[in-house]
Design a binder for this molecule. Structure first.
Ligand SMILES: Cc1cc2nc3c(=O)[nH]c(=O)nc-3n(C[C@H](O)[C@H](O)[C@H](O)COP(=O)(O)OP(=O)(O)OC[C@H]3O[C@@H](n4cnc5c(N)ncnc54)[C@H](O)[C@@H]3O)c2cc1C
Length: 381
């Protein structure tokens, strides 16, 4: 096992970083924190797909680069470092495309995979509802069979890519005891979307989705009827590795900003980096970031190898996202008063970091999952 990136991975990351520094980051900074229109987001995502943002791990016949998931995660961390707003839609397309790749019919794969993998279309994954958060098995959105169609009624909330979405994977209750995934093509079967304003990450879309008598062919069912919860676990494994990188990318950026600031800011006759309590913060950030990255890389490697990794993915998600909260707080502290102004990026990073421990299972839920897999005793029943 090697802990050093391969020559190929190093080259991918180096060329991506040049592109991010030259094209994406200046444009994103000039845009500010307001909502990024779909066409603009599409251009950025498609540009980044040249470097593997969505397509790295997917098969070449669908437009993928046929690389491994670990390389993809490295690419993802690098994009987060420059802009989490731009990385997130790419993550949802990556995970959504993998859901279709594993469970959808050949016809659906042919229709959607190439455009999702290239970033031409956006997918959203709708599990959460106003009364369904941590307890995903409680889904209430109903799909009732009517001949060759499902008729869907319900409301989803917190749906990433909601406003951008061309396609929604809707988690529905198809029977009292069944949860199933149904693909809803927005052009064929419209649904209403209302964006949610948050404390940060308003460049990309997080939305409420309203489905009223939406008629969808039964052939749009993804996977077997009733397999929704089981298949969601696969989505969670991949998503949690990406979520870990939300935290690690943000924390790494905060650390680099803090290092640069502490080398230049002079107090008590020397750069503040030379004061031991500041140095301790930087050493702690660096060590936790590396530890978090190792956890995430282990988890994605196990997923890649088809080894059950729910415990490892939960560890990576919990640790990677919580370390971002601590690291950004310390980075802001190192900036002193300047840290709370909009002149310095750390202020934005703090607001982004505090969101990370919530999606795809909160820190509390990850801890319960880890303990369950160790003790065999289920906190949820
Ligand atoms: C930016 C963002 C993007 C998101 N994107 C998506 C998306 O694309 N698709 C989607 O379906 N959802 C998405 N979500 C929803 C997200 O998955 C949920 O917010 C999350 O699962 C928590 O659910 P909740 O907000 O309803 O909180 P709740 O489940 O109501 O939890 C509230 C608090 O109670 C705690 N809690 C709950 N149950 C327990 C328990 N058994 N033991 C101990 N503590 C508990 C939680 O940890 C939390 O602190 C997104 C959320 C955010 C913020």
């Amino acid at each position: 096992m090697s802990y050093a990136p391969s020559e190929e991975q190093r080259m991918v990351i180096e060329s991506l970083r040049k592109f991010l520094d030259a094209e994406i980051e200046p444009a994103f900074r000039a845009h500010g924190e307001g909502f990024i229109a779909k066409e603009q987001m599409k251009r950025w995502i498609q540009g980044l797909s040249e470097f593997g943002l969505i397509n790295a791990p997917h098969e070449e016949r669908w437009g993928g680069l046929g690389m491994d998931w670990l390389t993809h995660l490295m690419v993802f961390e690098e994009v987060v470092y420059s802009s989490l707003d731009i990385a997130i839609p790419g993550m949802i397309n990556t995970v959504g495309a993998e859901l279709l790749h594993r469970f959808a019919s050949q016809e659906i794969k042919e229709r959607y995979l190439p455009s999702l993998i290239s970033g031409e279309q956006f997918i959203a994954i709708g599990i959460s509802e106003p009364d369904v958060g941590s307890d995903v098995a409680g889904v209430r959105t109903r799909a009732v069979r009517d001949g060759d169609h499902w008729v869907i009624n319900g409301e989803k909330t917190w749906i990433t890519n909601g406003a951008y979405s061309d396609v929604l994977i809707c988690t529905c209750r198809t029977d009292d005891n069944e949860v199933s995934h149904i693909l809803v093509d927005r052009a064929d079967h419209g649904y209403e979307v209302v964006d949610i304003q948050k404390m940060a990450l308003n460049g990309q879309s997080t939305a409420q989705v309203f489905l009223t008598d939406v008629r969808v062919p039964v052939s749009n069912t993804i996977g077997e009827v009733g397999a929704g919860i089981r298949n969601t676990l696969m989505v969670f494994e991949l998503a949690r590795c990406h979520m870990a990188m939300w935290g690690i990318g943000i924390a790494r950026r905060a650390m680099d900003e803090a290092i640069a600031y502490s080398q230049n800011r002079v107090q008590h006759g020397k750069p503040i980096a030379g004061h031991q309590l500041v140095a301790e913060k930087i050493a702690t950030m660096a060590t936790k970031i590396d530890a978090g990255r190792l956890l995430a890389h282990r988890a994605i490697t196990m997923v890649q190898e088809g080894i059950r990794a729910d415990k490892e993915c939960s560890m990576a998600k919990w640790y990677g996202t919580e370390l971002a909260v601590d690291a950004t707080r310390d980075a802001l502290q190192i900036h002193g008063g300047n840290g709370v102004t909009r002149e310095f990026i750390v202020e934005r990073l703090v607001r982004e970091a505090i969101i990370c421990p919530i999606p795809d299972g909160t820190t509390e839920i990850q801890k319960l999952l880890i303990a369950r897999s160790l003790t065999g005793i289920d906190a949820f029943r």
